[in-house]
Design a protein around this ligand. Sequence first.
Ligand code: FES
Length: 114
Amino acid sequence: MSRALCRLDDIPDGEGRGFTLAPAEAEALAGGERDVFVVRRGGHAYGYVNSCPHVGTPLDWEPDRFMSRDRAHVQCATHGALFRIEDGVCVAGPCPGKKLRRLPLDLRDGEILV
Ligand code: FES
């Protein structure tokens, strides 16, 4: 059984939004982690656990601020690591090659589903 987190159009293109999963969803989808976020790029949505692979802090320095200034990457607020939007791989900063943990998503009729 899946549920909608929000509509794709609820997230501005190039931005991210944070969500809290229910415990059972977190267990099934995110290794028990409840804090997740979704980045929209055009007609695509990419979901990740909101925990930096460097030292495990949340990535956003204020709610829903997940992106670098140019919106080309996800950026960790703690030490500035940059992650590719499409696969969550760190491409700059203190944890190169490490990855954000993926949250599997479906996109159906404009709704982002977990
Ligand atoms: S905790 Fe994210 S870069 Fe250090």
